[in-house]
Design a binder for this molecule. Structure first.
Ligand SMILES: Cc1cc2nc3c(=O)[nH]c(=O)nc-3n(C[C@H](O)[C@H](O)[C@H](O)COP(=O)(O)OP(=O)(O)OC[C@H]3O[C@@H](n4cnc5c(N)ncnc54)[C@H](O)[C@@H]3O)c2cc1C
Ligand code: SF4
Length: 333
């Protein structure tokens, strides 16, 4: 691992001023924030990330989970994944988020990993993690060997000719379905970004994964007031039962009245280049009877724009079944 300077900024302003000296935004930048370090240090050991300065943000005042006046929830950026998953209000009213967090990584990693870091965790594409290989995301313009190579775990939604990498987060799938908002403090002040707008599609610039600019620090995430009477479920399908990333997953937030679906918020994981909200599935569900035929139609709708690569065609049917089964289970709960 290359040498770097380790700094503990005393307050957010000092952290932002230091990070703003970087030429690029957080991912790939030469000055980096560090939450739990479970992505960053991992990639530094592989020489995939080579920052000159690492700013430990764990002493900054972002470690609280607090109720908001409107009935929503404010979650600090350095809150640990475990603390969020076991928080009473999250388990009671945002259970899809708790379920998603508890199906990610291992207990030890969840005890370290922070909300801010989870939002910015990087793809598990094998070429991205191997500096002997070209990769447009790691080295823009070098090529994408995954398109003709090992792509079994990679994306079927949102890919481009330059990158087909999957976003690996479970937490983010639940946050997409819960319509979270990401709050950012940067050199130009504070701003809030709707969850669906925070991550970017790869397009021609796969190295740019979010809307963050140099110096931008995620301070917290907010959840809107809970959807009253909603049935919530996170279903994750993977190669083994624990300590594995999703091949396909789904977060479902449903309300049902008189046997009909009143509202549906659906997001998918393991299949998209970003946490994937599915308006197509939501439209196929809303106002329809809560039965198997409707649930399967939602699965078909969610996959209508899916494009398989050489090794991952199975994911299209897998994702349809994942969503169908999650809807059936949630509706019956
Ligand atoms: C073996 C293993 C298995 C895993 N399995 C899963 C899994 O099944 N599902 C899953 O979802 N995840 C999984 N993960 C990923 C894990 O969830 C992430 O590594 C973790 O959430 C990252 O959080 P962190 O705080 O450690 O991030 P860090 O490593 O500290 O940071 C990650 C990135 O975010 C930036 N950053 C951190 N905080 C901020 C902030 N507040 N503002 C701006 N930038 C910030 C850093 O600069 C860095 O670029 C796994 C990880 C490992 C190592
Ligand atoms: S899919 Fe993306 S991350 Fe993987 S090799 Fe291609 S450019 Fe790199």
């Amino acid at each position: 691992m290359h040498t770097f300077e380790f700094i503990r900024p005393p307050d957010p302003a000092a952290a932002i001023a230091a990070a703003a000296q970087s030429k690029t935004a957080q991912q790939g930048a030469d000055v980096r924030f560090m939450g739990g370090g479970t992505t960053l240090i991992d990639l530094m050991k592989l020489n995939v990330e080579t920052p000159n300065r690492v700013l430990d943000i764990n002493r900054l005042p972002f470690d609280k989970i607090e109720p908001m006046a409107d009935g929503g929830l404010k979650i600090g950026a350095t809150v640990r994944n475990s603390d969020l998953a076991y928080h009473a209000e999250v388990q009671r009213n945002y259970s899809v988020l708790s379920q998603a967090l508890l199906q990610g990584a291992s207990a030890q990693i969840r005890n370290m990993a922070t909300v801010g870091g989870n939002l910015l965790q990087r793809t598990r594409c094998v070429y991205f993690r191997d500096t002997a290989m070209p990769c447009n995301k790691r080295e823009p313009g070098s090529g994408c060997p995954a398109i003709t190579g090992h792509n079994r775990t990679l994306a079927i939604l949102g890919a481009s000719d330059h990158c087909i990498a999957t976003n690996p987060s479970d937490m983010c799938v639940a946050m997409a379905a819960l319509e979270a908002t990401v709050h950012i403090q940067g050199p130009k002040g504070t701003r809030s970004v709707a969850f669906g707008d925070f991550h970017l599609l790869p397009g021609n610039t796969p190295q740019r994964e979010t809307v963050l600019e140099p110096g931008d620090l995620i301070t917290h995430v907010t959840l809107p007031p809970p959807v009253s009477g909603s049935k919530q479920l996170y279903l994750k399908l993977r190669d083994r039962a624990s300590y594995e990333f999703a091949l396909a997953s789904t977060a479902v937030v449903l309300t049902i009245a008189g046997g009909n679906i009143r509202s549906a918020r659906i997001a998918l994981g393991g299949v998209g280049t970003k946490p994937w909200r599915s308006p197509e599935a939501e439209a196929a569900l809303t106002g329809k009877p809560a039965n198997d035929a409707t649930f399967r139609q939602a699965g078909e709708a969610a996959m209508q724009n899916a494009k398989a690569q050489t090794e991952n065609r199975f994911k299209i049917e897998l994702a349809k079944r994942c969503l169908t089964h999650a809807l059936r289970t949630a509706a019956a709960s």
